[in-house]
Design a protein around this ligand. Sequence first.
Ligand code: ZN
Ligand code: ZN
Length: 336
Amino acid sequence: MKVKFWGVRGSVPSPLTGYEVREKIINAIQMSPVEALCGEDIETFLEDTPFYKTSTYGGNTSCVEVVCCGDERFIFDMGTGLRELGNSLMKEMFDSKGIKVNFFLSHVHWDHIQGLPFYSPLYINKELGIKNRWTFYGGTDWQRKAEICLQGQMDPPNFPVSWAEIFKMTYEIKFEGVYDRMQIGRSRANLTTRKLNHPQETYGYRMVEHGGSGVVLAYTTDNEPFDPLEPDPRLLELADQADVWITDCQYTQDQYNGKRNAGGVPRHGWGHSYDIAVAKTAVMAKVKTVVLFHHDPMSDDQRIFDMQHKVEALIQQMGGNSKVVAAHEGLEIILE
Ligand SMILES: [Zn+2]
Ligand SMILES: [Zn+2]
């Protein structure tokens, strides 16, 4: 199974500013030995430097690509990261005269659907001999929501190309409703759903490769814990002994509670998770690798870097041994 992150932000796209890029350049120059400024040593120097100082986690919203069981392609959420992902698929699409993608939507808030109008393969007409097949999996009354959300965000005057035109030019488009405890019995990858706690019908997914006998991936974003130290049984069920658990970890506990030194605005009821709740769930579910995801737009690179270390420390204190990764754009995880 190959997992690739194309968008890792929550709520709204939040690209680096020019000022932040300049800060990183100044930092890098200050830290670098003179000999690292030329030749191959530059790469070594960058690898030895804390990630947040010379790179960025990225500003695109939620989008994760999973290729498993050989060539089955799944895309979890269609945030703005989908634009670059679509561009990367164009060659394969033309070479093989069409591609098949299963889109699994956690829910239809903007940060999970806004990439779709900029997904290039959507505009390739079947009259060119390209047989693209798209299936969109989402909430129970997804068909009605699709009309409101997917069509609505693309129809004029919101966007120049209407959904009706997309339908006409595409070889196959399907919508599948998803409900709590649904088993999506695919021949090669098995998926299970559970409803999450968010101000909109939202689902988390557990995917097991090779008809249920292979590696396990759990994707649960946009979920607010009821009690940080008593993980929701639905979450534990999805993440149980997962090889990789991709989870909303939008806040620190201080941000969540609106402590004055952490923004001063409580985030209760906003539908998102935070450090200590993520750590507790990872330990109780015995997750192998936990991937922190759906980073807050207010979090700069250093804050996300610090969050990773905080969650690592909390897991150790709780007696767990899960590995912790903070998702960044371009991150690839290969599971065998
Ligand atoms: Zn979101
Ligand atoms: Zn949401």
